[in-house]
Design a protein around this ligand. Sequence first.
Ligand code: FA5
Length: 365
Amino acid sequence: MSAADSNPQSAGGDSSIEDVDSIAMEATKRIEEAADLSELEALQREFLDKRSPLSQMKASMKDLDPDARKALGAAMNRARGSIENSVAQRRVTLEAQAFEVQLAAESLDLTEYLGRATLGHAHVITKTWERLEDVFCGMGFSVESGPEVETDWFNFEALNLPPSHPARSMWDTLYLDPSVIKGDDGADDEALGDGQLVLRTHTSPVQVRTMLRAVREGSGPPIYAVCPGRVYRRDTADATHLPVFHQIEGLVIDRGITMGDLAGTIESFVKAYFGSSMTSRLRPSYFPFTEPSAEFDISTPDGGWLEVGGCGMVHPNVLRAGGLDPREWSGFAFGFGIDRLAKIRYGINDLRSFMTNDIRFLNQF
Ligand code: FA5
């Protein structure tokens, strides 16, 4: 029975007192079952405000004789007191429950945080890059670097590739608008020169930069240097190609350097990096900046060969561009893809896995 169903309007004598008691009992029961504070507020209004059954019964008391009015009044005060008491008790319980819920919602689970805070590590390409530097440093090479935004002169011309040389099409080049690159203050203009700017298509321009630097600073030749770095080509990404990838360039300039030194250096590197069971071979090829030129391959466990990079004896025109006299100095250069090397070393099927940053892939290295 709800409070509205009770009939306080019929108040009068004992039956009205019974009504009052039954309203109080109903109220107490529903208050004890109130699920939350807002339901409790609603019950408080239903049983205690001016439109409540008790208030309405009180309005009809004026017609009762004094004794009956007194008895009913006392019953109503008791009922009211007991309902107020029930509301107060239930409020204490519900407020405590609400506080617990709020605490749970606002608390920081530090154990969960600690569980996730595992240490990160270097990307597999960075690790490969660093390992390559280590191996070549162990062989007596220094590490050099050059800019990724490069002039046409360093990327092509100084490498025996004048404008309109057909071999330029070996590299699908990304050209830059110099007016966008050069600042208004002209501060960088000198370094960039007047020529066309490109995103370097290979690390070979660092050959000429290294020779010029060595001559300028009086530190060489002899030069035994490697240069790892990022390079860019208009290549569509697929399992064996990326538009942004990494190469490591090697440059040796000394007196009396031969193709035999080149083959021996590559073989030593392959054994140091992949293990003593691996070997290398050179195949005749063509690059405008080396003469003779070769591709170098490494052996695979199934008896096959994998192409790793290009190499050759530094062309006399390149030595001249680097400020060196080809009658006095000779040398060799090589350049290979770091991403493809990591692909071989770790047995990865698709070069694109290096770039998608899937944590399940990266965690393996
Ligand atoms: C060159 O870039 C020459 N500069 C290499 C060189 C240096 C020759 C010194 C002689 C002397 P090539 O375009 O073949 O050559 O690239 C060299 C290596 O880069 C390739 O063997 C391959 O391992 C890697 N490579 C080339 N294109 C991509 C690409 N799109 N994605 C990933 N790796 C690539």
